[in-house]
Design a protein around this ligand. Sequence first.
Ligand SMILES: Nc1nc2c(ncn2[C@@H]2O[C@H](COP(=O)(O)OP(=O)(O)OP(=O)(O)O)[C@@H](O)[C@H]2O)c(=O)[nH]1
Ligand SMILES: [Mg+2]
Length: 577
Amino acid sequence: MTNIKEKLLKSISAVEVISGKELSKTKEKLLNEQFNLVVIGQFKRGKSTLINALLGDDIVPSSILPLTSIVTIISYSQAKKAIVKFLDNSKEEIELEKIEKYVTEKHNPKNKLNVKEVHVFHPSPYLKKGIRIIDTPGIGSVFKHNTDVAYSFLPYCDAAVFVMSPDPPLGEAEIGFLKNVRTYTEKFFFVLNKIDMVSEKELDEVIEFNKHFLEDYTKTKGIKIYPISAKNALKAKQTKDSNLLKESRISEFENELDEFIQKEKGNIITISTINAILRHINNELTSYQIQKQAQNFSLERLKEKTVKFEGFIKGVKEEAEEYEYILDKRIEKIYKELDEEIEKLKEQHLSELIEKMQQHYEEKAKEKPTTEEFEIYMTQKMNEYIMDIFNDFKKEQSEIISNKIEAIYDELAKRINEKIEDIAKTASSIFEIKLNSYIDKEKLIQKSYFYFMLQDQMGILNIFATTFRTKLPFFIGKKIAYKHIKNTTIELFDRHCGRVRYDLTKRVRETTFRFKDQLKDKLDLTIESIEKALNKAIQIKTESQKKALEVFKTIEHNTKLLSKEKEELEKLKQQLS
Ligand SMILES: Nc1nc2c(ncn2[C@@H]2O[C@H](COP(=O)(O)OP(=O)(O)OP(=O)(O)O)[C@@H](O)[C@H]2O)c(=O)[nH]1
Ligand SMILES: [Mg+2]
């Protein structure tokens, strides 16, 4: 990945120098595109140690006490440094060695420093590949807030490493967490850390045990567990001890993670960058051809032809606007269909859910619990049912919607490509030369972008243990408590419906915006390069012959350089696909 990236940056610079134009958007996209890898797991499983092991250096603090309390985002930079971002949006640069003061419960108890997150910059080669690692506070620790943090990062990451260890195999907090993140299992890497603490036989048992439960909780078959010792891996890398590194078994995990990263993201970015450079080269070569050809016409005829071409372009622009309108209409239709699905979901599940709650009510009542116990039990049941319903629904709907918008985007991209071809054809006929158009077909969105998370503070119902209701004796309290639960069920169901709608439509809006921008750019750049060429051609005609000759010499030279660059990029593209 590093190599290709560097190659492409070189190619961009070369094309910029030759053409005298900046490819800033392409460069920015290539440089900024990061692979977000989030590391999650119960406290003390060894998340921070694993990150240090991947990087081969003690970067994030680790300790025997529950430690990380603030999210730390680690990315590449030549110079080591850390930036603390506070809840009031202010920032402060600190020395990397001082992050402990901000990210740990010990030094920043209950986050009294009001830290939002800490950004760490480090020159590690691992990060240079374009990987951004996110260290999260352990789930299920005494600080409930930490679990929410882990949840909230999932939708935005490209892969998640879930760290477990043999002591004990799996806890309640982990199980609860895993049940709720089923939607994301595809991007999970399950790591069993601290293998140095158990015998070979014990290890096999723990792996078997965990695998069975993981598959059960996430409803996924064939889950792979990577047994490693992060502690030994880190030590081995720091002391260059190859035997210890082998013992740590980290390499297999690293390799497969790398492969996943390359497959998921690397190719998409590199191919779209290659396409952008090739498109740019093609526009530039077309512009040269037009400038040369224009010299065969009198100034008057050239101006006539230019007017004719402008007329054609006006039509193209109008059509492009129309496409945008059609796109908006289709997106609206997707929203409407989603609303219908939500209504159907309500019809199908809500009355059934209330019925189930009624059954639980009757069964639990027989046990004569206290009102408080009763309410806690019922609330738990309700949360479980709702989570189940919405987990499945959101997965199904994000799949359906991402397929629908992909189809719409594909069709529109095809039409814009046809327009670009049309421009080349029309320009060819007006200016009596053969011009080539550069057409690429690339994926504009990633499926993972559509997966999203429901469980957040809003989704979890508070247990109203302090209200007067729960203090009532059960024979009085049960009816009131049940009525309360029933109303809350309806309300919570509604809120989840709203939440699904909000999340999905937001994602559709964001991708559509990016998509439109890309298409518009493609078309505009093609038109712009021809228009500029015509202006230049007219200008050359009014200048001295000596100057004109100079211009054509440069054009000749640049054509050779760009053609060579083009050839290399095409070869690279072929290798990648
Ligand atoms: N034996 C052994 N101990 C390990 C290993 N990895 C981590 N530890 C130890 O486990 C403890 C917790 O490690 P951390 O990396 O701080 O764990 P964490 O998951 O980041 O913890 P929190 O931030 O509190 O959630 C430390 O004492 C580590 O030295 C390992 O592979 N083997
Ligand atoms: Mg930690």
